[in-house]
Design a protein around this ligand. Structure first.
Ligand code: HEC
Length: 104
């Protein structure tokens, strides 16, 4: 039994962590519309398109809201943000702000 204890403990402790990580890693449905320019995880490879990965969540929400209500003008992003609901904006901001390796 004592030999079984460490692996059992490992399983017990790692399962919730794996679940929590998987939860954080589910791409929101609308993120597919952003991948071509910003990369799947927000790590854009072109200097024309900003990197969103590890950006502050609140900044992402406010930038997308500004595109959506027209306070920030950029034809592509105004159109993109207009197709998003507030819940989409929230989910996208959580996704890009919480990629693996981002500081808490
Ligand atoms: C066709 C390319 C393209 C697509 C598709 C696109 N973006 Fe963008 N995005 C840009 C460009 C270019 C900018 C910089 C615009 C500017 O100068 O304001 C930008 C800016 C942003 C910013 C502001 C970044 C900052 O640092 O201020 C956010 C947030 C953002 N995009 C999120 C998204 C999301 C979320 C999607 C998908 C729903 C998306 N974008 C789809 C090209 C794109």
């Amino acid at each position: 039994m004592s030999r079984l204890l460490p692996p059992l403990l490992f399983l017990l402790l790692s399962a919730p962590m794996a679940l929590a990580q998987n939860k954080a890693l589910n791409a929101p449905p609308k993120s597919g519309q952003c991948t071509a320019c910003h990369g799947r995880d927000g790590q854009s490879v072109s200097p024309v398109n900003p990197i969103l990965r590890c950006q502050h969540q609140a900044y992402l929400v406010s930038a997308l809201n500004a595109y959506r209500n027209g306070n920030r003008k950029h034809p592509i992003m105004n159109a993109m943000a207009n197709s998003l609901q507030p819940k989409d904006i929230q989910a996208l901001a959580v996704w890009y702000a919480n990629q693996p390796g981002c500081k808490p």
